[in-house]
Design a protein around this ligand. Structure first.
Ligand code: ZN
Length: 220
């Protein structure tokens, strides 16, 4: 265990919840930071608060409405139907929120700096990155350097899920003893349904396929 404090960028989804409990194992003290950014399903913030409460972790919400106001995408624009698959000829599905991780991690770093925290944890994964460029390892490494240069600090961005697929992320939740909390209390679904979700949006499909693969592994 590292005898320092970590800040977890926390949405209350499967990935960041697994990271929250990972951070509790790895660090002496943990804080969780969530964002209201104009997402359609603001309920996720209250679910995140409840999970942080169960974990016994202090919880802060920051408002970043400009992210939702800046661009058009299916996670913040209620009139836009979501891409169920990546459309031909487009790099990103329309559920991509441009700049989201850049803004979140930059705000998190300033918040952390104010409190003397240098460890920042994010649940991004390149393995199952869904076409989102700001979930890739090269972006995180680049931003880590940029944040350190911007504030003359020694931040460390931790990405425990970077090279895990969804089945391995479920395995990690199980190893951490929080399989039930992640299955029941988190919300990954793009249609705003907690737990097992709507079942048909891309996030639900990825989550379910990973779970079935993991459960298949341990049952054989
Ligand atoms: Zn869904």
């Amino acid at each position: 265990m590292i005898d320092e404090t970590a800040l977890v960028v926390f949405s209350g989804g499967q990935d960041s919840t697994t990271c929250l409990f990972w951070a509790q194992r790895e660090f002496k003290e943990v804080h969780a930071l969530s964002f209201r950014y104009g997402q359609k399903h603001e309920r996720e913030v209250e679910l995140a608060r409840a999970i942080a409460g169960k974990a016994g972790v202090s919880f802060t919400v920051m408002d970043l409405p400009l992210i939702g106001a800046l661009g058009h995408n299916a996670l913040t624009d209620t009139s836009m139907p979501m891409d169920e698959q990546i459309p031909d000829g487009k790099v990103c599905p329309n559920t991509f929120v441009p700049g989201r991780n850049l803004f979140f991690l930059s705000v998190a770093a300033v918040w952390a700096r104010e409190r003397g925290i240098r460890h920042i944890v994010t649940g991004v994964s390149q393995t199952d990155y869904s076409g989102y460029p700001d979930c890739r390892d090269s972006f995180i490494k680049s931003l880590n350097v940029t944040l350190n240069l911007a504030m003359d600090e020694q931040f460390v961005l931790h990405t425990p899920l970077m090279w895990l697929d969804k089945a391995q992320t479920w395995a990690l939740a199980d190893e951490l003893g929080v399989m039930d909390i992640v299955r029941r209390d988190t919300m990954t679904c793009y249609n705003g349904i907690p737990g097992d979700g709507c079942g048909h949006c891309p996030a639900c499909k990825l989550r379910r396929e990973g779970l079935e693969k993991y459960l298949g592994t341990i049952n054989n």
